[in-house]
Design a protein around this ligand. Structure first.
Ligand SMILES: *Cc1c(COP(=O)(O)O)cnc(C)c1O
Length: 403
C-alpha cells in the first residue's frame, strides 16, 4: 500500500470508518498501462457494472474508448456523465423501454441476447436504425475458470442454432445493421487462458462468417480478464495479452477487436478500511470482529475467498484493562452481521492484531460496495474518499456518506 494511502488512513477518525478509499492516480496509471499494451485496432470499453462510481468513470474516461453498460440505469448514468461517450449496451432481459431508451441515448452498439429481444427491438425502432452485435454462446472448452457464462447451457447469448433465424429477422427488417459478433464466455482467465479462448472463438467466428459468405467486421471478445485475490501483486499479463491479440489481428486484417473488462481495471484501486472492534476466542480459534462487514464488501462472500488485507497498527488504546490481541496465529475476520456468512477472511495468519488496529482490505474497487446488501441490519454506510492528489488533506478528499 502506498505510504500516502496509509497516511490518509491514519488521518481518518473512528467515526469515518468503515471507509472506501479510491486511489485515482493509481487507477489512471493502471488503465494507461493496459491501453498502451493493446494494439490500436483493439477497442477498450470499461464494463461499468464492475464499479460505476462517477469519479472512477471520470478517471477512466480519458483512457478507454467507451463504456459497456448492462441496464437502462447504467445508460442514463454514463450518458449523464459523458454526453459524447461511445456506449455498448449488453446484458440479458432488456425491456422494450430500455431498448427504446438506448436508442434515444444514441448507444453505439446493442448486444443482442436473444431472438425475442431482436424482435422487440424491431418494435421500438420507428424510423431509426440500430447497430448490433449478436452475442453467441459458442461451444468452447474451458478449464478452471471461476465464472462460466458460455460453452454450456446458459441464459446468456444466443444458441448458435438460432443464429440463422436472427439473420433472417435482420435482413427482413432493413433497419438493423449487423456489425459482428459478441462473445463474453467466462471470467477469471489469465492471459494465456484468455488468448486460448480468443483463438477458439475466432476460429468459430471465421467458420460461421465463411458459411454465411460474409466478412467479419467486429468481434467483441468480452471481459473476464482474471484478478487473483490470493496474489494482489500479480496482475493480468496485459503485455502478453496485447502481443497475442496482435497476432490475432494479423490473421484477421479486416476485423476490429473489442474488449470490455471490468474487474481487472478497477479492482486494484479500491480499499475498504475498517477497524477491529473485538477479539475473541471460540474453541481455541481466534476471531476478530470488524466494524462493517460483507454488507459493505460482499466480494469475499460472493466469491468465497479471503479478501487480502493489510494491518495498520493503532496506538491509541485508552482503557484500563489489557488490550486483547492475537499474535502469530491464524485469525478469522468477521463483520457485524448476525450471520455466519459474514466472513471477510478465514483463518489467515497475522503477526499481531489488536482491538483498535485498522485493517485495509485490498482489491475492493470492483464488484465490492455496489454488489453488497447495504440495508441488511441498518448499520451506517461507509464514508467514501477519492484520493486524487495523494497530498490532499483528508478534509478535501472527504466525499461524505452517500444518502
Ligand atoms: C460482467 C461482464 C463484463 C465484465 O466482466 P469482468 O469479469 O468484470 O471483466 C463484460 N461483458 C459482459 C457481457 C459482462 O456481463
Amino acid at each position: 500500500m502506498r505510504p500516502a494511502l496509509v497516511h490518509h488512513i491514519g488521518q481518518l477518525a473512528d467515526d469515518d470508518l468503515p471507509a472506501y478509499l479510491y486511489d485515482l492516480p493509481g487507477l489512471r496509471e493502471h488503465v494507461r498501462a493496459v491501453r498502451a499494451a493493446l494494439p490500436r485496432r483493439v477497442d477498450l470499453l470499461y464494463a461499468a457494472k464492475a464499479n460505476s462510481d462517477p469519479r472512477l468513470l471520470q478517471a477512466l474516461a480519458g483512457h478507454v474508448d467507451g463504456f459497456e453498460v448492462a441496464s437502462g440505469g447504467e445508460i442514463r448514468h454514463v450518458r449523464g456523465l459523458f454526453p459524447e461517450a461511445r456506449i455498448a449496451f449488453g446484458g440479458p432481459g432488456k425491456t422494450p423501454a430500455e431498448l427504446a431508451g438506448a436508442l434515444d441515448a444514441g448507444v453505439a452498439r446493442l448486444h443482442v441476447e436473444s431472438e425475442h429481444e431482436l424482435r422487440t427491438l424491431t418494435t421500438v425502432l420507428g424510423d431509426r436504425t440500430a447497430d448490433v452485435l449478436l452475442r453467441v454462446n459458442v461451444p468452447v472448452m474451458l478449464r478452471g475458470v471461476s465464472l462460466v457464462m458460455g460453452g454450456c447451457p446458459s441464459p446468456f447469448g444466443l444458441d448458435p442454432a438460432h443464429l440463422d433465424r436472427c439473420l433472417r429477422i435482420i435482413t427482413d427488417d432493413g433497419r438493423i445493421r449487423l456489425r459482428g459478433l459478441h462473445f463474453h464466455v467466462a471470467s477469471g482467465l489469465d492471459a494465456r487462458a484468455h488468448l486460448a479462448l480468443v483463438a477458439q472463438v475466432m476460429a468459430w467466428a471465421d467458420r460461421w462468417a465463411h458459411q454465411q459468405g460474409t466478412a467479419l467486421a467486429e468481434v467483441n471478445i468480452g471481459g473476464g480478464m482474471g484478478v487473483d485475490y490470493t496474489r494482489p501483486d500479480e496482475v493480468f499479463d496485459w503485455a502478453a495479452f496485447g502481443v497475442g491479440l496482435c497476432r490475432t489481428l494479423e490473421r484477421h486484417p479486416r476485423v476490429t477487436l473489442r474488449i470490455e473488462p471490468g474487474r481487472s481495471l478497477t479492482a486494484y484501486c479500491g480499499w475498504y478500511v475498517t477497524q477491529v472492534l473485538d477479539i475473541k476466542r471460540s474453541r481455541s480459534q481466534a476471531f476478530a470482529v470488524l466494524r462493517g462487514g460483507t454488507h459493505h464488501l460482499r466480494t469475499p462472500a460472493a466469491k468465497q475467498h479471503d479478501q487480502p488485507f493489510e494491518v495498520i497498527p493503532d496506538q491509541s488504546w485508552q482503557h484500563s484493562w489489557p488490550r486483547p490481541e492475537v499474535r502469530g496465529e491464524p485469525v478469522t475476520l468477521v463483520g457485524q452481521l448476525c450471520t455466519p456468512k459474514d466472513v471477510l477472511a478465514r483463518r489467515v495468519m497475522v503477526d499481531r492484531l489488536r482491538i483498535g488496529d485498522r485493517i485495509a482490505f485490498a482489491m475492493a474497487g470492483a464488484y465490492a460496495w455496489n454488489i453488497s446488501h447495504h440495508a441488511f441490519l441498518m448499520h451506517p454506510h461507509p464514508t467514501f474518499h477519492h484520493i486524487d492528489d495523494l497530498d490532499t488533506p483528508v478534509a478535501d478528499a472527504y466525499a461524505g456518506r452517500p444518502a
